[in-house]
Design a protein. Structure first.
Length: 301
């Protein structure tokens, strides 16, 4: 068997797509879909590539327009479906008949849509702290930010967060408001998403100038998705259509996968398991990397 551990650019539907491949060429393929939107696969691969490559052919991408992939042009049509179509073409280019999906956060949203659009391309799905409804996730994020603000004696900010969480604002309004006011927490804002800070990510592979360029590129991706509005449409009803065996891995302290969404997942997905990691927030793959990798291997094998 040929061992693979490399990074490539594939021309996918007219764009250069950054792709990392780790593991044995003959091993079962697993596609990682990052969250954000616009987060890239860098952090996931840093913590999980070495852990998963013994069991899978791990394929991780920077989605169209994100980080190391080619930037989205101003006049270029772009939507979530474009990301899914990119995945389908990449699958064909790699000669893969079927693969499993691992979607983190917004990547879980993409994975669910992908599975309903192309069910025959996918075998199993791992959802890691996904969102299927940005309105519910944003309200939950605002509540957690309110709780942290209260702990930090920032009563005015806490009141603002709780008021927004209980308001009749739209999913888009709530998310944009969360993004706007989170900096008021300063460094404590990290606690909204991260519970266990033990496992650091080394970003020195690229220079500060390169990261700035990547950030600017990803920002176009994010703004186009926000402007298009499609991501704010709840896809909770799609869970009933999901026939693939599915595992939901959640962090005990993750606010993105809200209780309402978890209950809906358990009720509506035909073949579903839910496992909670007790020392994680929104990033179990980096907060409890060994436990996370074992869960993925056990489920997919």
């Amino acid at each position: 068997m040929t061992t693979i551990s490399n990074e490539n650019y594939f021309k996918v539907r007219g764009k250069d797509l950054y792709v990392e491949i780790h593991g044995n060429a003959d091993a079962f393929p697993l596609l990682y879909l990052h969250g954000g939107p616009g987060e890239s696969c860098y952090e996931f691969c840093y913590h999980q590539a070495e852990r998963l490559k013994e069991d899978f052919r791990l394929i991780a991408i920077d989605q169209r327009g994100v980080c190391r992939s080619e930037m989205i042009n101003e006049n270029e049509h772009f939507s979530i479906d474009e990301i899914i179509m990119d995945c389908e073409e990449l699958r064909g280019k790699l000669g893969i008949d079927q693969w499993a999906l691992l979607g983190h956060s917004f990547g879980g949203y993409i994975a669910l849509k992908y599975a309903t659009m192309f069910p025959d391309s996918i075998t199993r799905i791992v959802f890691e702290c996904p969102t299927f409804d940005f309105g519910l996730s944003s309200r939950s994020l605002l509540r957690k930010m309110g709780e942290i603000s209260k702990e930090e004696k920032m009563e005015e900010l806490a009141e603002k967060c709780f008021m927004l969480a209980g308001s009749a604002s739209t999913a888009k309004e709530l998310m944009l408001k969360f993004i706007e006011i989170r900096p008021e927490l300063g460094e404590k804002g990290m606690k909204v998403h991260v519970h266990n800070f033990s496992h650091k990510t080394d970003y020195s592979r690229y220079t500060d100038e390169e990261w700035q360029q990547f950030f600017e590129r990803s920002n176009v991706h994010v703004n186009r998705l926000i402007g298009g509005g499609e991501m704010f449409e709840s896809i909770l009803l799609m869970l009933k259509k999901l026939k693939h065996p599915s595992l939901l891995i959640r962090g005990q302290y993750d606010p993105v996968m809200s209780k309402e969404q978890m209950v809906k997942f358990q009720e509506d997905v035909a073949v579903a398991s839910v496992i909670t990691l007790s020392n994680s927030g929104h990033f179990p793959h980096s907060e409890e990397p060994d436990n996370f990798a074992k869960l993925v291997v056990d489920f997919l094998n």
